[in-house]
Design a protein around this ligand. Structure first.
Ligand code: PTJ
Length: 244
């Protein structure tokens, strides 16, 4: 693995790339994850590689929604597992929410590898996709766990590929995503879209959940009610268009 000195001006970005490459080498991340990451990097550059105010507002609404949820599930794919394994586990314990593996590029071996990796890192339980099927989609992501995503009311699906977000919403669930591309289908379909790099957004989301735990149910409901995803996405696109 390339050694990145702290003095390198793009050290964070290069180390994040290393994590994805390591994920592929360990058999947890799909080779397609490298391409997805490159697309993410391009959008990160356009939002100045910072958590912008639109992302902070979405993080707050996400924290409130997850705390209000009776049955929240965090969906983990090969890229999320490589980039933020510790944070995904911490998030599941903080809410609390179940962790479920759900990947687009079908591979039983990779599902098993992600599960083992998360358990080794301290996850208490990791649900696997089972025989329950989501309606409205035909690819591998339709398989889910009957005690997890299938019966969840809120599903957190970072770095999603599109179709499933729409299917989950059609099934009456609330969907939250993290996606650096505010123009993606997922970003537009989700109830809440955090337009930020997952490596910056996850620690902030955990902090926000801890802070909002002190609020009443009514206060949390107000945060969710006042949130407008369309407005948030247009704020992100406005910033990108002004890029100099
Ligand atoms: O492990 P699998 O088989 O489920 O595959 C996972 C990937 C991510 C490869 C798969 O879901 C995929 O191909 O996704 P897409 O359609 O490329 O979408 C991924 C989205 O995540 C894109 O809109 C990217 O801009 C965005 N993205 C990439 N890296 C990051 C990101 N968003 C936030 N933080 C990132 N670091």
């Amino acid at each position: 693995m390339t050694n990145i000195p702290n003095s390198h001006p793009r050290a964070v970005s290069l180390r994040t790339r290393n994590k994805i490459v390591e994920g592929v080498e360990k058999g947890i991340t799909s080779i397609h994850g490298l391409i997805a990451h490159g697309r993410g990097e391009a959008f990160d550059y356009l939002i100045k590689e910072k958590t912008q105010s639109f992302a902070k507002k979405a993080i707050k609404a996400t924290a409130a929604l997850l705390l209000l949820s009776g049955n929240p599930v965090i969906s983990v794919n090969g890229s999320t597992a490589a980039l933020v394994p510790d944070e995904a586990i911490k998030l599941s314990k903080t809410i609390p929410a179940k962790l479920e593996i759900n990947i687009f590029h079908a591979s039983k071996q990779r599902e098993d590898n992600i599960k083992k990796f998360l358990l080794k890192k301290g996850a208490k339980e990791v649900l696997m996709p089972g025989s329950a099927k989501l309606k409205y989609i035909d690819h591998n992501r339709r398989f889910c766990n009957k005690n997890g995503i299938y019966k969840a009311d809120v599903v957190f699906v970072p770095l999603e590929d599109g179709d499933r977000c729409e299917a989950l919403i059609k099934m009456g669930k609330k969907v939250v995503t993290i996606d650096l591309n505010p123009m993606s289908r997922t970003a537009k379909k989700a109830n809440i879209t955090i337009v930020d790099n997952i490596i910056r957004a996850m620690p902030l989301l955990i902090k926000e959940i801890i802070s909002l735990k002190k609020k009443s149910k009514e206060q949390l409901e107000k945060i969710v009610k006042d949130y407008n995803n369309k407005k948030i996405l247009s704020e992100a696109i406005k910033l990108i268009r002004k890029f100099k």
